[in-house]
Design a protein around this ligand. Sequence first.
Ligand SMILES: C[S@@+](CC[C@H](N)C(=O)[O-])C[C@H]1O[C@@H](n2cnc3c(N)ncnc32)[C@H](O)[C@@H]1O
Length: 272
Amino acid sequence: MHIRRSDSKAIIYTVVGFALLSAGAFFVSDTVGILVSLALLLAIILTAGFNFYRMLVFRLRLQTTETHALFNIYSLLPEGVSLPAPYGWSANIHMLEYIVKKIVHSKPKLIVELGSGLSSIYIGHFLKRQGAGALICLEHDAEYAMATQNSIDEHGLGDIVTIVHAPLVMQVIKGETRQWYDTNLIPELTHIDLLIVDGPPWQTDSLARYPALSVFADALSEDAVVILDDSNRADESIIVDKWLKEYTSLSHRTLFSEKGVSVFEVGPSENS
Ligand SMILES: C[S@@+](CC[C@H](N)C(=O)[O-])C[C@H]1O[C@@H](n2cnc3c(N)ncnc32)[C@H](O)[C@@H]1O
């Protein structure tokens, strides 16, 4: 079984607790020393127990809501279409559910996705269901660009989804030198209704996903929505703050999910 960070914290607390108790018993021979060690151990066990309980509650909520999201997605899927299961690198199911509902209810005409994969197939199928709309997908990695293109073709979505292979290059974007998708290879785009920022991977640069709005802000439609995946990560949290400072008309909320999904609205908020 995979041990997550929250699990390892509980294990560390317990080990440290036992180490303290043993040290107390070994070095301090009097009763006070042992009692202090026992009190420390109790505090550590209670903290670990509380953390473990919070983690269990979170996982349970995650599992229930993920199942619910999956049902929601499938309830909107045309009969006979089978979607691949989300895996480690792909967009999480909560984000996919949000996108699917957005396609069905707001009927976006142009979607741009940064980082291709399973989500591109989901989006393609739901745009096909709507009978309108296109997805332009930027992919930096030649292998993944080809793999996604093959999947798109297998699913018969070639006339809806365009994969643009745009390697990451050092370039000046709005006065800053950054490694990002080669902007020379990006087609001229306007009236983007939905911008999904799920790439480049965080390891490729500091604040790797930050340039997305510098490049596309002027191409967004009046009531566009921008989605940033993995927004609980340190870099992405900084990006959220920077975008909100720089684009003051954006409203922002976070979807419940394992790694965080930020949703920015350009026009009036969906919740208002
Ligand atoms: C977060 S992933 C994008 C995922 C995509 N939006 C999806 O939902 O499948 C960002 C980048 O990781 C790379 N990638 C995609 N699938 C991968 C995999 N299974 N293993 C390693 N890298 C992957 C691709 O280059 C992609 O652009």
